[in-house]
Design a protein around this ligand. Structure first.
Ligand SMILES: Cc1ncc(COP(=O)(O)O)c(C=O)c1O
Length: 391
């Protein structure tokens, strides 16, 4: 049976029942799968028939997780990976040759930036960052070797918004593959394929798990590109474990309700911070004063669960604030049930130079809040008390 609503798809997409008639999908903790006979084995290895061979290639738990994500992202095919970064790395490795060039928006996650600047150059793969939202300007950066346009929207941690339709049209016109890291929005709030993205990458570690329990990732998109990436992934082994896939598939069942509540709580935190005298600037994709709010509203259902703000008093006050929190967690994750507060300049983006940080909007006093699912009064109460200590 086919379902049209994401909530139902995420709950009712399930691995075929075994003879035990289980209600909830069992765990397939097996490294390999048995063949019926020599002919069956040969046909499976030759890709003449579909089926599981070895869990580095596929496993029923990983397939269920990916099937759900493909339906939620409205794409043809996908691969589950052990982490979000494995998804990022395998995508580039599967699609690029030495000498190729990547055009990317500059607000990308710290480890992705490290791949671009420190790892890919070892294979002659270069990149150009653009801050521009103008396709005419992007034209200046493309070369015959430009294979990929990469972006993150909303970006981590600056919450910059990229016009997916604009990039999608540009990529089609110039025959460039369009990759989007959709980690912050999740498939519940944004479907980049609707706007022309060829490949969508997720760190499932964040909202997809949503409970800070496991690492995971996914690469989703057009079959012709996924096939190329799958070849690399099958032989290099960034596979997701069946147990983590089982966990993540279960997590997807509650993604819709969790995202709605993350957004409700984030909006309340934004309203509180906007009124606070110590707050220089609040950044949230759906705030009327966000420079790209119109684009955000066009391509996202709601503004998401991440709020950033710049504190008056710079790095000193930023530290004092963080040290005064009683409930909110100081930890390097996001998208958890628990509210998490970080200071990107001294943590996730500390390997960048000061100039590089400023270039991607990471100011010394920038605080990132991953607004959790606790009662909003408790979240705001903790933030309020900590800010009071900084007056
Ligand atoms: C936007 C974004 N992409 C990718 C990643 C990497 O994901 P993982 O930690 O699962 O490897 C992160 C991690 O924070 C992220 O925020």
């Amino acid at each position: 049976m086919k379902y049209n609503n994401n909530e139902t798809i995420a709950i009712r997409t399930q691995t075929k029942l075994t003879n035990h008639k289980e209600h909830s999908t069992p765990l397939f903790l097996t490294s390999s799968f048995v063949f019926d006979d020599a002919e069956n084995m040969q046909a499976l290895f030759a890709d003449e028939i579909e089926g599981n061979i070895y869990s580095r290639f596929s496993n029923p738990n990983c397939l269920e997780f990916v099937d759900k994500l493909c339906l939620l992202e409205k794409v043809e095919d996908g691969i589950a990976t052990g982490t979000g970064m494995a998804a990022v790395f395998a995508s580039f490795m599967g699609l690029l040759n030495s000498g190729d060039h990547i055009l990317s928006t500059s607000g990308v996650f710290g480890s992705t930036h490290t791949l671009f600047t420190k790892v890919f150059p070892r294979w002659g793969i270069t990149h150009t960052y653009t801050n521009s939202h103008n396709p005419e300007e992007w034209k200046q950066y493309i070369r015959p070797e430009t294979k990929i346009f990469y972006c993150e929207t909303p970006s981590n941690p600056g919450l910059e918004i990229i016009d997916l339709l604009e990039v999608g049209n540009f990529c089609r016109e110039h025959n460039i593959i369009f990759l989007v890291d959709n980690c912050f929005a999740t498939p519940y709030l944004q479907n980049p394929a609707d706007f022309g993205a060829d490949i969508i990458i997720h760190s499932a570690t964040k909202y997809i798990d949503g409970q800070g329990r496991t690492l995971g990732g996914a690469i989703l998109g057009k079959k012709k590109f996924i096939d190329q990436i799958r070849f690399f992934a099958r032989h290099s082994g960034p596979s997701l474990s069946p147990f983590n896939a089982w966990l993540l598939s279960k997590s997807l069942e509650t993604l819709a309700v969790r995202m709605e509540r993350h957004c409700d709580n984030a909006e309340r935190v934004v309203s509180f911070l906007e009124q606070h005298p110590l707050c220089e600037k609040v950044i949230y994709p759906f705030s009327d004063y966000h420079p790209h709010v119109e684009i955000a509203r066009k391509q996202m259902k709601r503004g998401g669960g991440i709020v950033t703000f710049i504190m008056k008093g710079g790095i000193e006050n930023g530290r004092k604030f963080i040290n005064s929190l009683q409930m909110c967690s100081l930890t390097a994750n996001l998208g958890d049930t628990r509210t998490i507060i970080t200071h990107p300049a001294s943590t996730t983006h500390s390997k960048l130079t000061e100039d590089e940080r400023l270039n991607v909007g990471i100011y010394p006093g920038l605080i990132r809040i991953s607004v959790g699912l606790e009662h909003y009064q408790d979240i705001i109460g903790d933030i309020s008390n900590a800010l009071e200590k900084c007056q």
